[in-house]
Design a protein around this ligand. Structure first.
Ligand code: C2E
Ligand code: MG
Ligand code: MG
Ligand code: MG
Length: 281
């Protein structure tokens, strides 16, 4: 009986695994056709400069319309990374962002920077040779207009090639931000090895900062460390006035979060920039 039980639970487990594998295979196929059919769009979340008291950047965030149902990037980016589809998605997002940035330029918003997420996996997977700069030039934009946010949802094999590519982007004028700082597999190691201009403190630290003294100490330490390294700091996921006040007192450079705005549809950007008044939230 014990043997039977063992086998049953083994079968149960392997069934679970194959369900999971099937689901992932299904998602991969859907993603491939979504890329083919261009079923993606992007939204833009304002990033507020505490020094200028104005919106100087936006983060570009992907949205997938799967037959009328919106799928969150957290549910498909890891699969895209796993099956080598992430570069195509990244290119698609960069093109959408450049198109929108050109429109804003024409309307006179000349200094706005767009932050585009790119998976660290892309740099080490060896498929692309940074055509990203060509894309930016194709739209006649300055590389200074684009910041690449390095995200990580799987542990990427870190290599020298990755550092070479990042240096190339940075010397052309693009800036590099390290996303979700403090939660990744190797945040500190990336900080040490990669040419980083900006560090984004993960939302998890910010939301606990007002409740857990230790988290406030960590946020304070991250800001001090960044300052000592000459790196600017963005706090992510800021929702409360109380959080803004603490971040101001700690000398944080930028704030992003629902407190100022949720991600916006492209057609709302120019109006948002025109209407923005710091302190009116
Ligand atoms: P992320 O790059 O850290 O982006 C910030 C996420 O936090 C966004 O979720 C944003 O909508 C959400 N957020 C912003 N402010 C607040 C807040 O005040 N409260 C709360 N609760 N959430 C807030 P989103 O758009 O669902 O994106 C999730 C993640 O998916 C991103 O995290 C990023 O890692 C990834 N992602 C999104 N777009 C792309 C893309 O184009 N390429 C790649 N490789 N990854 C992307
Ligand atoms: Mg990001
Ligand atoms: Mg982030
Ligand atoms: Mg995040």
């Amino acid at each position: 009986a014990a043997k039977d039980n063992g086998r049953n639970s083994y079968e149960f487990y392997s069934q679970l695994l194959s369900d999971k594998a099937n689901k992932e295979e299904q998602l991969k196929l859907s993603l491939e056709s979504a890329i083919e059919n261009n079923d993606f769009c992007v939204v833009y979340q304002p990033i507020v400069s505490l020094k200028n008291k104005s919106v100087t950047k936006f983060e570009v965030l992907i949205r997938w319309n799967m037959h009328g149902k919106w799928v969150s990037p957290v549910d498909f980016i890891p699969t895209a990374e796993k099956f080598g589809l992430i570069s195509k998605i990244g290119d698609l997002v960069l093109n959408l962002a450049c198109t929108e940035l050109c429109k804003l330029r024409k309307m006179g918003f000349s200094d706005i920077v767009f932050n585009v997420n790119r998976s660290i996996y892309e740099f080490s997977s060896g498929v692309n040779d940074i055509s990203w700069l060509d894309t930016i030039k194709k739209y006649d934009l300055n590389p200074e207009s684009i910041c690449f946010e390095l995200t990580e949802s799987v542990l990427a094999p870190e290599n020298d090639r990755c550092i070479t590519l990042l240096n190339k982007l940075q010397s052309a004028g693009c800036t590099i931000a390290l996303d979700d700082f403090g939660t990744g597999y190797s945040s500190l190691n990336y900080l040490r090895r990669f040419p980083i201009d900006t560090l984004k403190i993960d939302r998890g630290f910010i939301s606990e900062m007002t409740k857990v003294e230790g988290d406030k100490v960590l946020v304070s330490a991250i800001i001090s460390m960044a300052k000592a390294l000459g790196i600017s700091v963005v706090a992510e996921g800021v929702e409360l006035k109380q959080e803004v006040d603490i971040l101001v007192s700690l000398g944080c450079d930028y704030i992003q979060g629902y407190y100022f705005s949720k991600p916006l549809a492209p057609e709302l950007l120019s109006q948002y920039l025109t209407d923005f008044e710091y302190g009116n939230q």
